[in-house]
Design a binder for this molecule. Structure first.
Ligand code: NOJ
Length: 492
């Protein structure tokens, strides 16, 4: 029996691994389309306490209590990119990418968290990295904040401190001054949704209450950064600024009106919580209605969703210069009875049932299943919902857990997701400008440590050299970056 299952599994892998070229989009990506790769500071740099860098919330959570990490590992060395950035850039150059998306570690640049003291060694590291990229004609796409808040600011309450947006504005001003002449695309905050729905790095946190207060604070912090750029730097530096939003495509489980409405509700709660204020200036209507209704039944005298003032609405609206999106997978959504009223809970606020099919191929990350068609639908939905924005896909990729360099499934994933992206551009007229694979290399995957490998480059974490070796998928991706074509021969 076991052998039978193994056979089916391998057959599935093989059929996915050798994705039939005839089914792929065979039109070239436009000449100005940007292909790139992504990483983040904490996940690759290491050197967590070197050269003046101070502690971030990530250091405190993962480096000081590795017991929360599946393999008991930490990110004190990670890929050692602090010392090996030239090797990273050499790989990017071999790949022929147009851009590299990486993040700045706030506490490497501002050791106190505040803008009163600048750490020259930290600045030099990022200047060197950017210079190396420029020499190799690779443009930097820079994330200001990828989960790693200075612990000093967390100790002051983190997002619950009203000064939170000001800290972000001051930090970002320093970054624009230091690096802005070389950066055309800035990403303010990476994935506020998981930050605000779990609060895992943010100290005391009441799910379902702080979730929404956190969302408003992060939106305000993002807007503060955008306004700094807009008023002080844009005319000279001519760059663009966006928040990085993440989520899945929610496919109705059936074509009944109830399931269709349930799926749309989930889209509004997951994407709309940030995107709606950015594009329309307030929370989505369905969030307002549902959270107010449940809050009342739970005994609150006002909605757990904070009401935005007109001033907040005006401050936040229109502050996304492009749509930066991280997306990996799809869920199916079914309508259900109103969830029981108990303690506040943001999943119950959505009030639907989301699941994935067992026969969708699963990666080594349980949430990540291989559903390429969902990407096309997601892109079309974003186009229709948010005034046809320019879209930069800032993350998309596949996790496995092996040391194998022959990563067939990852290659197919990249191929089929890109094919659906090209379909969306071609047939649905979605303005996708760029694609960034997550990740340039295997790295520290949060609580999964080094067990979930997302890299198109293998990193030997047992070697003090953190030797990098390209996986097969990277050779396929190189071909795509260089030819802008997904198949053997493209039509035009
Ligand atoms: C989301 C995050 O931005 C990144 O840090 C993480 O490693 C990947 N997706 C994969 O889970």
């Amino acid at each position: 029996m076991l052998r039978f299952y193994r056979f089916i599994f391998c057959a599935t892998l093989l059929s996915i691994g050798s994705a039939d070229d005839a089914k792929l989009n065979n039109k070239k990506f436009p000449k100005n389309f940007l292909f790139g790769a992504s990483t983040s500071a904490f996940q690759i740099e290491g050197a967590w306490n070197l050269d003046g860098k101070t502690e971030s919330t990530c250091d405190k959570t993962f480096n000081k209590q590795p017991s929360i990490v599946i393999d008991g590992s930490d990110a004190t060395v990670a890929c050692d990119s602090y010392h090996k950035y030239k090797e990273d850039v050499a790989i990017l150059r071999e790949l022929g990418v147009d851009h590299y998306r990486f993040s700045l570690a706030w506490t490497r640049i501002l050791p106190t968290g505040y803008a009163n003291e600048i750490n020259e060694a930290g600045v030099k590291y990022y200047k060197n990295l950017i210079r190396e990229l420029k020499i190799n004609q690779i443009q930097p796409i820079v994330t200001l904040y990828h989960y790693d808040l200075p612990q000093s600011l967390q100790d002051k309450g983190g997002f619950s401190n009203p000064l939170f947006p000001e800290w972000f504005a001051n930090y970002s001003r320093v970054c624009f001054e230091l690096f802005g002449d070389d950066v055309s695309y800035w990403l303010t905050i990476n994935e506020p949704y998981p930050i605000c729905s779990m609060g895992s790095l943010s100290g005391p946190f009441v799910e379902g209450i702080d979730t929404y207060i956190c969302a408003l604070r992060y939106l305000t912090a993002h807007a503060a950064i955008w306004h700094v750029y807009d008023t002080e730097f844009r005319s000279k530096q001519k760059g663009r600024v966006a928040m990085v939003l993440n989520g899945e495509w929610a496919e109705p489980a059936s074509n009944t009106t109830d399931d269709i409405t349930a799926a749309e509700t989930r889209m509004q709660f997951m994407w709309g919580i940030f995107a709606h204020p950015l594009y329309y200036g307030d929370w989505p209507e369905i969030m307002k209605t549902r959270i107010a209704m449940r809050s009342k039944l739970e005994g609150f005298n006002q909605s757990r969703l904070p009401e935005m003032t007109q001033e907040e609405i005006n401050y936040i609206k229109g502050t996304n210069d492009f749509f930066a999106l991280n997306s990996y997978t799809t869920v199916l959504v079914k309508a259900i009875q109103e969830p029981e009223i108990s303690s506040p809970n943001s999943t119950k606020d959505i009030g639907v049932f989301a699941y994935q099919r067992d026969d969708w191929l699963s990666s080594s990350a349980s949430w990540l299943k291989f559903v390429p068609w969902g990407m096309r639908k997601l892109l079309k939905w974003i186009k229709d919902e948010y005034y046809n924005p320019n879209i930069i896909i800032t993350e998309n990729g596949w996790a496995d857990s092996t040391d194998q360099l022959d990563d067939k499934v990852r290659e197919s994933y990249i191929k089929e997701y890109l094919s659906n992206i090209r379909d969306a551009m071609d047939e649905d007229e979605v303005n996708v400008m760029a694609y960034s694979v997550w990740s340039l290399m295997d790295n520290f995957e949060w609580v999964s440590g080094y067990t979930a490998k997302f890299g198109i480059t293998y990193v030997d974490f047992n070697s003090p050299n953190r030797t990098r070796t390209r996986k097969n998928s990277s050779y396929y991706y190189e071909k795509v970056c260089k030819t802008h074509c997904l198949v053997e021969k493209c039509e035009d």
